[in-house]
Structures are given as C-alpha cells and as structure tokens.
Design a protein around this ligand. Structure first.
Ligand code: SAH
Ligand code: SF4
Length: 381
C-alpha cells in the first residue's frame, strides 16, 4: 500500500523524504505543493526532478476523503459528510463570517465519552481518525473553496476541533494534524486560530500544553460534579477541581491566552440562576478569573440543538440571557453562540444527523451515495 502523504506534518515528510535519499528542502517543496496548492498529482510538481516525481508516484500518494454529501445552508454554511470506510462517516462544517472563515472538523468516527446532550455521543465510538483523515478535511475544504471562488487567496482562517469525537482521546493522530495547520509551509494558521475543544481529558491537556499549545476550549456544561458527571460521564474520571487545575496549568504555558468554557444550555437542567452563581464561585475559586484586569477565561453559552433521543430541551432565550447576565455582572466575559447552518443540521452536536446508532450509518451512506450525483445538495425544506 502506498504511503498517504497527508499523514505527515513537515517533520514527518522530511523523515520520509530522507528515506528516499532526498534533502529537507525537497520535503518542504513537496509539503507546499500538497497543502498550499492542493496538488494531488506528483506530475504537477514541476520544480521537483523527474526522477523524484517518479519515485514518489511509485511509493506515495495524496489521498483525500471521498465526499458522500455536501449541504449548503442559506447562511453560506457548508457541511460535508466524508466516507471513512467500513460504514463510518464523519463531518466537517465551513462557517463563513465577515472577518473570518472557520472550519469545524472531526477527530473520531463516533465518540466514547457519551455526553447526554450530544448526538455523536449517543452514536457510540467507532474508531479514531488517522492524521491523514483529520488533515484531509482541511485540505479538501480549503482547496474546494478556493477552486469555487476561482482564487488562490486563503479562505479558512480558523479551525475548531468541534466536530465529531473527542480530539484529546485521539492525541497521537491529532498533534501532527495541528502542526500542519500551524506550519508556515502548510496552512500558516496562528496558534490562537486553531482551537481544540475537549470534554476534559486532563493528562492530554497537559501534553498539549507542552507539545502544541493551541487555543483551548473546555466543555464545562455544569458547575458541580454531580451534575457534570451526569451530563459528561468523563467527569467521574477527571472531576471539576482537577479539570480547572489543568486549565490553570495550560494557561501557564500560554500566558497571554484564555480558556473558552463551553456551556450547553439545557432547559431546567443546568440553566438556572443558581447554576450561574455557582459557576462564578467555581472559576473565582480556581483563580481562572483574574481580579486585576487579565482575562483567563471566557464563557460561550451554546443553545442546545435538540435531537429526539436526548429527551432534553433547549433553554428559552430569556433564560439564556438571564444566565449570561449573572456571569457578565460578575465580570466574566460571556458570549451566546449564534447557531449556524441550522437548516442543514450543521449546528453543534447535530453532526451525526439522524443517526441513532452506528449500525445504521452504512445504510445511510448507501442511501446518500445516490445523492452524490449532484455536487451540491440542498435540503428541500
Ligand atoms: N468532544 C469535544 C469536541 C466536540 S463537541 C467536546 O466535547 O468538547 C463540540 C462542542 O459541541 C462541545 O462543547 C459540545 O459540548 C457541544 N455540543 C455537543 N452536542 C451539542 C448539542 N446537541 N447542542 C449544542 N452543543 C452541543
Ligand atoms: Fe464526545 Fe464531545 Fe459529544 Fe461529549 S460532546 S460525546 S465529548 S463529541
């Protein structure tokens, strides 16, 4: 089997090229062809010697993911469903805004954490994605969008690991993909424009701080251990005190940064004024909220995207606003997330679509293959 070059960050590609007897700068050229120009064919790479191109064609390939469907929302959001084989599919979502283009990508097929409010969690865990499968989502989306716009200008300015899966439970594959995003010869994204979102895998937060301290979002969802363990089962392993200490350590590695706490607003479950007040006490107790002008954390309140199997309901707007006011009055930076791509099921936690369990994915893919005939499929409603 040929080696998929999307599996490598630059250092990995350098090592691969060295095995072929090639110098470092050749690997850099190749890396730029792949990520900056979106090349798939070694024959295109005219500044590489013919002999090297032949050698590469013999041993390696640049293999993306096949797109099962593409849905485009009226607000410009685009959602792709990619086939990762054996009946598994993962999704990526492009969210255009005035000043940025954000791509939300997946790290696993399914997820083992099993949060109550998340349809990926309800789907169960299938497998970790490879580095190539993580990187390919960005590689594909960036070059697809450039091609469509007919321009070589960079389109995706931000990446968030907020699609399917828990990125810190697929650490070894994640880190090279992050490095490719950050590399000046790759996508050249700044550390602050790449966000890893985690449900709180404490030991891996510490490793990420050392290896690749990108922006960190922590899915909090509750101000006390009893409620959080109920919503995010991983809390039983890494309870709140440990999680917040890990946040504090993370910030020591990235001193001018802040942690975003995500909080999914569930009606009558975690959205009362008492929860908001408890949350203020919690972050103050952990020094995550500096009293002297610095901002160490921000809250992002996410309106829950309901799906039937959850049995949960989205908090009414007034309740979300009242919750936000308590945090704001306590001096905590708080935003309420706008939902995007609602009409194409591309909002948070909806990425698994109507999948109830993994055994149904294969059938769904089979049905959706027929849709592939049209390059862009709009939902009828
Ligand atoms: N596993 C990681 C990243 C993927 S989930 C994590 O949990 O952080 C990305 C975000 O979407 C998380 O904050 C998660 O809590 C949120 N989310 C999941 N399901 C949701 C839903 N149904 N409605 C709103 N947000 C949801
Ligand atoms: Fe997994 Fe994140 Fe969904 Fe929880 S919210 S089940 S950690 S993808």
């Amino acid at each position: 089997m040929k080696v998929n070059l999307l599996d490598f960050d630059l250092e990995g590609l350098v090592a691969f090229c060295q095995q072929l007897g090639e110098k470092r700068f050749r690997a850099t050229q190749l890396f730029r062809w792949i990520h900056q120009k979106g090349a798939t064919d070694f024959a295109q790479m005219t500044d590489l010697a013919r002999a090297l191109r032949d050698k590469l064609a013999d041993k390696a390939e640049i293999r993306g993911l096949s797109v099962i469907t593409q849905h485009e929302s009226t607000d410009g959001t685009i959602k792709w469903l990619f086939d990762v084989g054996a009946g598994d599919a993962v999704e990526a979502v492009y969210i255009p805004e005035d000043d940025r283009g954000t791509l939300c990508i997946s790290s696993q097929a399914g997820c083992a954490v099993g949060c109550r409010f998340c349809s990926t969690g309800h789907q169960g865990f299938s497998r970790n994605l490879t580095t190539a499968e993580i990187t390919a989502q960005l590689w594909f989306a960036e070059h697809f969008l450039r091609h469509r716009r007919g321009s070589d200008d960079r389109i995706i300015s931000n990446v968030v690991m907020m699609g399917m899966g828990e990125p810190l439970q697929n650490y070894d594959a994640l880190v090279p993909a992050l490095r490719t995003m950050l590399d000046d010869h790759g996508y050249g994204l700044s550390r602050r424009r790449v966000t890893v979102s985690t449900s709180g895998v404490v030991p891996m937060m510490d490793r990420l701080a050392q290896d690749c301290p990108v922006a960190l979002a922590v899915s909090l969802h509750a101000p006390d251990d009893a409620l959080r363990s109920n919503l995010v089962p991983l809390n039983r392993k890494y309870p709140l005190a440990e999680l917040l200490e890990a946040c504090d350590r993370y910030l020591q590695h990235a001193p001018r940064d802040f942690i975003t706490f995500e909080y999914c607003m569930l009606d009558g479950v975690n959205d009362g004024p008492e929860h908001a007040r408890e949350l203020v006490r919690l972050v103050n107790a952990h020094r995550l909220h500096s009293g002297h002008g610095g901002v160490w954390c921000k809250f992002n309140l996410i309106p829950f995207n309901p799906f039937p199997a959850s049995g949960l309901v989205r908090s009414p707007d007034e309740r979300v606003a009242a919750f936000a006011k308590i945090l704001l009055d306590a001096g905590l930076v708080t935003t309420i997330r706008k939902t995007r791509g609602d009409d194409i099921d591309a909002a948070c936690g909806q990425l698994a679509g109507d999948v109830q369990d993994r055994t149904r994915v294969a059938g769904r893919i089979a049905r959706q293959r027929t849709v592939m005939l049209k390059p862009v499929t709009m939902r009828p409603e």
